[in-house]
Design a protein around this ligand. Structure first.
Ligand code: ADP
Ligand code: GLC
Length: 489
């Protein structure tokens, strides 16, 4: 009998345990989809406060695992639980590092000891495998928080009888977060200056970059859409990593994320006022009315276009474009609902807009998963005018909920959204290319005009609701990649 492929999957966040963005959605769903393909896949996460306080059933697996940090050995405890799809999850407990209100930092900035925290996480994951005598074929790392792992496997763990032979995959979800730390802290990681602190290693402009460590030392690199895989090899999108990414292009592929329709399905979504589907579409109107009421918006918007944004408030997301054309949008009799949290300056600009336009603009600052579902269901359009977007998940969710995505043609947005053509009846959204307020406004004008053309709008909505971006296809692509990477010598 063929042996099951064994995978250790590292992600600093995963639904339903801890989430700040789309990575959590991916790390929550992809391991389950791979589990369904009969892989022995196991997830490792830090034990954050929010996990500790959740009602998740877990048991103590190890009371005292020694993890190196600099010259010392720290003791961590390890808890085991299962994801809803029965993937084993190991939580690394170290109260002084992970028992905090946020995952990576506060609105004022990153935690000062993130290198220490994610060094302990990275070593901790490898040490757990050793303690369990688990010999992964593949260690799949995600983003800078586990970028150290491929370097550790090329260095101090290369002779480990358990993990030493594992092949590594490093998935880039966002090149904007590079895990940059002062060079003096390198000793904490267990790596030496001689072996890796140089331009062909993890040195990046005189500092350490854990993202670069992942890119340089992993056997295979992936990112979350084909377009982003090409974009990041260019000056415009490479954020200083374009050279090394281009150099490693033969090991770099783009695999589009999926949408988890167990979580995002309007026909079976307990967050909604009324469930609905293509066959029972009247429920969508009821969800819109409920949202208008909940957000204290003008009742007149029931028959006018209601636009929405659900997003981290980050320069990546193109909110600056939106803020510049807000008056023009409102003059088209549209309403706007925004849910987001992030940079203080963006938050302030949006607050002013909301205060100046009561009844037309509703802003909720914070992270609120059930509200995100109600907004996606209740809105007519979802705006995603991103400066760059590795994949983007909300456009896929919006499609399933009959909410029309209006996106900028970049990364995964470009790969998932096709402009609607009223002549042919083909397409699933609206798309613009130039990163300018004018281009966004022009596209929104077109979208709003179509909104008032009932038949065409219905066709567009139907096209979107019929789309299928489920994880199974992407999981097969990862499986193929695991197989090729395991074949690499
Ligand atoms: P990114 O990972 O860059 O933030 P994605 O589109 O891939 O962008 O994923 C964002 C995920 O986070 C989606 O599941 C979206 O619904 C969710 N999200 C973003 N902001 C909020 C918020 N303020 N409240 C609730 N969910 C949010
Ligand atoms: C990142 C990206 C987003 C992507 C998500 C999951 O945070 O910004 O585009 O969908 O990761 O891969």
């Amino acid at each position: 009998m063929r042996e099951r492929i064994k995978v250790l999957f590292l992600s600093p966040e995963a639904v339903p345990f801890a989430k700040t963005g789309g990575l959590a959605d991916v790390a929550g769903s992809l391991p389950q989809a791979l589990n369904r393909l009969d892989l022995d896949i196991r997830l490792v996460l830090p034990l954050y406060t929010m996990v500790r306080h959740s009602k998740i059933k877990m048991h103590l697996l190890f009371n005292d695992v020694k993890v190196p940090l600099g010259g010392t050995l720290l003791s961590v405890r390890v808890w085991e639980a299962q994801t809803p799809g029965e993937v084993p999850v190991y939580f690394i407990e170290r109260e002084d590092m992970f028992d905090r209100p946020h995952l990576y930092g506060t609105a004022l900035g990153d935690y000062h000891d993130n290198l220490e925290r994610f060094t302990v996480y990275s070593h901790g994951a490898l040490r757990i495998a050793e303690e369990l005598s688990f010999t992964p074929d593949v260690i799949h790392c995600n983003d800078w928080q586990s970028g150290l792992v491929p370097a550790l496997l090329a260095g101090p763990y290369s002779t480990s009888p358990f993990v030493g032979k594992a092949r590594t995959i490093f998935t880039i979800h966002n090149l904007g977060y590079q895990g940059i730390f002062p060079a003096e802290k390198l000793y904490l990681t267990g790596l030496t200056r001689e072996t890796c602190f140089h331009p062909e290693g993890l040195e990046f402009w005189g500092k350490i970059s854990l993202l670069k460590a992942g890119i340089v030392y992993a056997d295979s690199i992936t990112t979350v859409s084909s377009t982003y895989a090409k974009e990041i090899q260019t000056d415009n999108y490479g954020m200083g990593m374009e050279g090394i990414l281009h150099h490693r292009r033969s090991s770099l592929t783009g695999i589009l994320n999926g949408a988890d329709y167990h979580v995002w399905n309007p026909a079976d979504d307990s967050n909604l006022a009324v469930p609905y589907s293509l066959k029972k579409i009247a429920g969508k109107r009821r969800c819109k009315e409920a949202l208008i009421k909940e957000m204290h918006l003008d009742r007149s918007l029931t028959t006018q276009p209601l636009l929405a944004m659900i997003s981290r408030l980050d320069t990546q997301k193109g909110l600056d474009l939106l803020i510049k054309i807000l008056d023009d949008i409102l003059s088209l009799n549209a309403g706007l609902v925004i849910l987001g949290t992030g940079e203080a300056s963006i938050q302030e600009a949006l607050k002013t807009t909301a205060i100046n336009n009561p009844g037309r603009v509703a802003l909720t600052v914070g992270f609120d998963e059930p509200l995100a579902h109600r907004i996606i269901a209740g809105a007519d359009m979802l705006l995603i005018p991103s400066r760059y977007e590795p994949c983007g998940l909300t456009q896929m969710y919006a499609l399933k909920y009959g909410t029309i995505p209006v996106v900028r043609a970049t990364g995964g947005l470009d790969d998932t959204i096709t402009p609607f053509n009223p002549q042919t009846g083909k397409g699933n959204g609206f798309k613009f290319t130039a990163y300018t307020p004018k281009a966004l406004l022009r596209t929104l004008q077109k979208a709003i005009e179509l909104f008032h053309t009932t038949g065409a709008w219905r066709k567009l909505r139907t096209n979107g609701m019929k789309e299928d971006f489920s994880w199974d296809r992407s999981a097969h692509s990862y499986l193929e990649l695991y197989n090729t990477t395991m074949g690499k010598t």
